[in-house]
Design a protein around this ligand. Structure first.
Ligand SMILES: *Cc1c(COP(=O)(O)O)cnc(C)c1O
Length: 216
C-alpha cells in the first residue's frame, strides 16, 4: 500500500508528508525504515517530543494551526511550517529563526474551502503581508509556496476546483513576488481522501495521515 502511494506521488514529481500526529514513535519508525523522511505533525509539543527520540535526519513539517507562543518549541529544528496565516505569526517565526541562527522555510496557508472553520489567508491579506515593511525586513524566514485544505466533501468537482484555485493563487504570487526565487515552488495540498485529485491539479507536497497510519 505504502509503496503504491509513493510511486504514484513520484510519478507526479511530488513529495509525501507522512502525517504522524497522534501516532506513536514505533509506527513512525516503521515508515522511516521504508525510506520515508518527511513527517507532519500539528501540535508543537508533540512534534518536539517525537523529534527528541527519533532519528535526526527526519524532516519535521508543522501542518496544523500554530499559535505564536508555541513557535519556540519547534524553531530549533522544524524543516517547514505549512500553516502561516498571519503577519504576526511570521514575525515570531522570524524572531525565533534569528535566535537559533537559521532560516525557517514557510508556506502561506490559504482558505480555499467552503467551510467556515478552516484557517487561512485570502489573496488580499497575503498581498498586504508580502508588501509590508515588516516582511521586507525579515531575514530568518523563507516563503517556499502555499498550502490549503479543500472542503471535506464527496463532490470531486468542488474539491478539484478548490485545488485549482490554490494553484492559481500560487501562480499569481509567483509572478508578482517570487519570479526570481527558485525556492518558491511548493503547493501543499491533498490528504487521504483527495490526494490523487491534488496530484492531478499540481500538488508538490501531499499530506497523508490515515491512509498510511490507519484511523486515529
Ligand atoms: C491531519 C491532517 C492531514 C492528514 O489527514 P488524513 O485525512 O489523515 O490524511 C493533512 N493536513 C492537515 C492540515 C491535517 O491536520
Amino acid at each position: 500500500m505504502f509503496s503504491q502511494i509513493i510511486s504514484k506521488i513520484q510519478q507526479h514529481h511530488a513529495r509525501l508528508v507522512a502525517v504522524s500526529k497522534t501516532h506513536p514513535v514505533e509506527k513512525i519508525l516503521k515508515i522511516y525504515h521504508e525510506g520515508q523522511r518527511i513527517f507532519g505533525e500539528n501540535r508543537p509539543q508533540e512534534m518536539l517530543e517525537k523529534h527528541q527520540v527519533l532519528p535526526v535526519d527526519i524532516q519535521w513539517h508543522m501542518i496544523g494551526h500554530l499559535q505564536t507562543n508555541k513557535v519556540k518549541y519547534i524553531a530549533p529544528f522544524v524543516a517547514m511550517i505549512h500553516s502561516v496565516d498571519s503577519l504576526k505569526l511570521l514575525q515570531e517565526i522570524d524572531r525565533q529563526g534569528q535566535k537559533h541562527q537559521r532560516v525557517i522555510d514557510c508556506l502561506l496557508q490559504f482558505h480555499i474551502a467552503k467551510e467556515e472553520t478552516k484557517f487561512g489567508l485570502d489573496e488580499d491579506e497575503a498581498q498586504e503581508m508580502l508588501t509590508s515593511q515588516e516582511y521586507g525586513a525579515m531575514k530568518h524566514v523563507r516563503i517556499c509556496g502555499v498550502m490549503g485544505m479543500a472542503t471535506f466533501t464527496d463532490d470531486h468537482q468542488q474539491v478539484r476546483q478548490e485545488f485549482r484555485q490554490l494553484k492559481g493563487i500560487f501562480n499569481q504570487l509567483k509572478s508578482r513576488f517570487f519570479a526570481r526565487d527558485d525556492h518558491f515552488r511548493e503547493i501543499s495540498m491533498g490528504m487521504s481522501g483527495d490526494w490523487e485529485l491534488a496530484l492531478e491539479e499540481g500538488s508538490t507536497l501531499v499530506r497523508i495521515g490515515s491512509l498510511i497510519f490507519g484511523t486515529r
